[in-house]
Design a protein around this ligand. Structure first.
Ligand code: ZN
Length: 159
């Protein structure tokens, strides 16, 4: 039973998440991107079959939608994800300029079955010197050359 068009799209994301588990092709996550009431792209989590730790359902569906629409800007699109996005996917959603996020399972639900991204949120809130992941700055002056070049280059695509 589908009450709203939003639930219809979410149901597809949920079906992708279930199918992924049944097929043994990855984690129980699915996502759909919709523009003007039409599905642009759909993907399940693809981490294991592609050996790509960034191939979460949301990042994967963003890549597919951008290919489909021929743009890096998904303004005007909405994402339906079977689970509240992790920090990486949330960042990708912001970078893609997606208008709205619909989610089903919460990050607490994901943590309860072993997909816990809480440590990343903790890291983000911690000062760099206190993070578990060491951050060491090197060669800033040398790296600044490309930034200065960008600033002074006329023929570039601003994004
Ligand atoms: Zn993610």
């Amino acid at each position: 039973m589908q009450n709203t068009v939003h639930e219809k799209f979410m149901q597809i994301a949920i079906e992708l998440s279930e199918y992924n588990v049944k097929q043994g092709t990855g984690g129980p996550f699915g996502a759909v991107i919709v523009k003007d009431g039409m599905i642009v792209a759909r993907s399940a989590n693809r981490v294991v079959p592609t050996n790509d730790p960034t191939a979460h359902a949301e990042v994967s569906v963003i890549r597919l939608a951008c290919q489909e629409l021929g743009t890096y800007d998904l303004s005007g699109c909405e994402i339906y994800t079977s689970c509240e996005p992790c920090p990486m996917c949330l960042g990708a959603i912001y970078w893609a300029r997606i208008d709205k996020v619909y989610y089903a399972n919460t990050k607490a639900d994901a943590a309860a079955i072993g997909f816990d991204d809480h440590f990343i949120y903790n890291e983000l809130e911690s000062p760099m010197a206190e993070r578990k992941l060491p951050f060491i700055q090197l060669l800033r002056d040398e790296a600044m050359t490309a930034f200065k070049l960008w600033e002074t280059t006329e023929n570039k695509t601003d994004y």
